[in-house]
Design a protein around this ligand. Sequence first.
Ligand code: HEC
Length: 191
Amino acid sequence: MKSLIVSLSAFILVLALSLAVVPQYVVGEEKMTMPFGTEDDVEFAKKLWKAMKGYTDWPFKTDVYLGQSPHGAYLKMFYGVVTVNETPYHIIIKDNYMGKDKSGNKLSMEDVAKDPQKYLAAVTIMLQQKKGYDPDNNDWFWAKYLADGSLDKNPKGMAMAGRVAKGMDAGCIACHKGAKDSDYLFFNDKM
Ligand code: HEC
């Protein structure tokens, strides 16, 4: 537990430092027909997945830890800067692992920590978009990928990328809005 807290503190420090360094850009008028799953969102998410390549080796990450609903039974978090369309962005990546193996046997945290990729169920990300992208919600871009990098879809078949479930009662934004200090981040709430 101690190492988790130490690495989480490192996270916050780096996030705070780098937020001050990476320049913010202002985007012009955005097409606001659909809040997420648009062609632009999907294209950005695809490029982003490529830009994220190798993130499991990034220096800022936690150990595998016990998760909570709706994320995986076990989780691991990574922080870094990715470049998409020649623009750098801060990103927080959460690997969500299964709680049971394919035969239904319960997995322990040690099982998952030994071979995380084997038990990866989904990858959920929050990327700090350009200023003006979604001023109501701290300009976060949200996405949920499956383990193979394809975008997950909601029951209506909309790709989960962009301002996911903006204005809806449930989903990424509605739930993360409840995080302390209006930063939409939960990991720093316990400190
Ligand atoms: C019902 C509430 C809820 C919903 C819906 C939800 N999350 Fe989370 N999310 C959490 C909680 C709680 C944590 C902290 C979990 C932990 O680390 O133990 C979290 C953590 C995260 C983190 C790590 C940063 C942080 O806040 O600590 C990312 C990234 C993330 N979620 C992305 C997403 C995305 C993308 C979606 C939608 C596809 C989503 N979440 C939907 C509750 C939610």
